[in-house]
Write a protein that binds this ligand. Structure first.
Ligand code: SF4
Ligand code: SF4
Length: 470
């Protein structure tokens, strides 16, 4: 027997307890300090009392003790394989257009210069091809659940394609007894009641909009091309649809804007629709490295939806994959925890920053489709043609096949050694690695972010326990 390499612990001196967690089994314990000391003693052998033997047995059953490192590494490898081959869901993210009606300074897309002139937009003929390809995947996989996400650019700039695909996918799923869940990741400007009225009956279950701080900050960060603000219109749109569909709110922050987020949270809490917000997730703005290392087309993304269950595959861009290539990295990791804390204090659900899990890029049956029908392993790469792994029309091209092989073998976590966060981090966001380091197999490590999130989790577990015992 030996301690698992996925054990983490947080001392809670004010309670004379230690929070212990195993990131692989998700077992969490509040124990007296002699328990971790007992775990350490296991390495050295020796004799145990009957009570200690019972404790060791319980620790073993919860994964804190393992037979051997080799066995544990094999279990980890099996876990990643099962995530990769999981057939419970078909996940397809469709970029209906690369055009955007906003002109955010930090975004490589958007209404800058002539981007919208050349930004691809999916035609109806291409949408027909996408629908046929989806039909093929549904027949091949026969999953219980099909998750369809509309993304861009700004996906609602191509409403005919959104409506067409939603209707077609609804019919395809209904004919096969498959549950369809549709989500939209939108800047919110065109998110009218009419759009939501039409999509809810087809399976719309989530909308994610972005607010980059309080009104003044958001209007500076996310203006239209003429620098007009967009905050009021987005909030008014959300007010009109909040009782029809769960709302997720995201926001991108940097050192200059993070301090405005508490005011945004105050504002959100005051809204009559505050309780319709199912999740609030803020993330640092990804800083790409200077050209030529930085590819032009990668897109930071945070997934829409209500819940990350343990190891549920949240998009790690919301775990802190930003700033890795710049000096402010750890400062932003700290700020991320500060914002999670503020979000919780305002009564909004948010990620705990620990339970992230391997993201979409590690799943074989998660696809992203660009406006021209090219297929990608992850939405973050979907504007980068050199990373395409196929095409909905089934064409065979050597470069796409080579790219597919590259993504199939992707395992940045292999260089992470015995880091205790591997099961929940998987080596971090490959898009951040590619854009910041030029190599998707080199992790952009945000271990400090996991460590500070773990401390918060420990305190939350302890105070929840105190509340239930009083
Ligand atoms: S690689 Fe990064 S952008 Fe892509 S799904 Fe994973 S966390 Fe999200
Ligand atoms: S990227 Fe960092 S935190 Fe994530 S598994 Fe690797 S070493 Fe651990």
């Amino acid at each position: 027997m030996q301690p698992s390499m996925f054990n983490v612990q947080v001392p809670l001196p004010d309670r004379n307890e230690v929070f212990m967690m195993n990131t692989f089994t998700d077992a969490q314990l509040l124990v007296s300090p002699d328990v971790p000391a007992l775990v350490d003693r296991v390495c050295h052998g020796g004799s145990y009392t009957d009570e200690e033997r019972d404790t060791l047995q319980a620790l073993s059953e919860n994964g804190f003790l393992v037979n051997s490192r080799a066995e544990e590494r094999q279990a980890l490898s099996n876990f990643f394989r099962s995530v990769r081959e999981d057939r419970e869901q078909l996940r397809v993210t469709v970029l209906t257009t690369l055009q955007c009606n906003f002109a955010c300074d930090y975004c490589i897309q958007g209404d800058h210069d002539d981007h919208n002139l050349f930004g691809n937009k999916m035609s109806m003929a291409q949408a027909e091809q996408v629908a046929s390809w989806i039909e093929g995947r549904l027949d091949e996989l026969a999953p219980p659940v099909f998750v369809l996400t509309f993304f861009g650019g700004e996906p609602l700039l191509n409403l005919p394609v959104v409506y067409f695909l939603a209707e077609r996918c609804h019919a395809l799923a209904a004919a096969r007894g498959i549950t369809l869940r549709i989500s939209i990741i939108t800047n919110g400007l065109l998110l009218t009641k009419e759009v939501v009225d039409r999509l809810v009956p087809l399976g719309l279950t989530g909308v994610k909009i972005t607010l980059d701080g309080d009104k003044e900050t958001h209007d500076r960060m996310r203006p239209l091309r003429g620098r007009q603000g967009t905050f009021d219109r987005i909030v008014e749109n959300v007010r009109k649809i909040a009782d029809q569909v769960p709302i997720t709110i995201g926001g991108n922050f940097d050192e200059t804007t993070v301090d405005s987020y508490p005011a945004l949270l105050d504002f959100l809490r005051e809204q009559a629709w505050a309780d319709q917000v199912v999740r609030v997730n803020f993330k640092p703005i990804i800083r790409t490295a200077p050209a030529p290392r930085a590819p032009k087309g990668v897109i930071p993304l945070a997934l829409v939806g209500a819940g990350d269950k343990p190891l549920g595959g949240a998009c790690m861009t919301s775990a802190g994959a930003g700033g890795g290539g710049c000096d402010s990295c750890h400062q932003l990791d700290d700020k991320l925890e500060f914002l999670r804390d503020e979000t919780r204090k305002h009564g909004f659900p948010t990620s705990d920053g620990v339970h992230m899990g391997p993201c979409e890029i590690h799943r074989r049956h998660a696809w992203s489709v660009s406006p021209d029908g090219s297929l990608f392993a992850c939405p973050g790469f979907a504007a980068e043609p050199t990373q395409a792994i196929g095409h909905v029309d089934g064409r065979h091209e050597a470069r796409r096949a080579a790219s597919a092989e590259r993504f199939d073998a992707l395992a940045a976590y292999r260089v992470c050694g015995d880091c205790a966060f591997v099961p929940v981090c998987a080596g971090g966001c490959s898009v951040a690695s590619y854009s910041e380091l030029g190599d998707m197999n080199t992790p952009t490590c945000h271990k400090t972010s996991f460590e500070s999130a773990l401390i918060s989790l420990a305190r939350t577990v302890a105070s929840n326990q105190a509340a239930t015992t009083h």
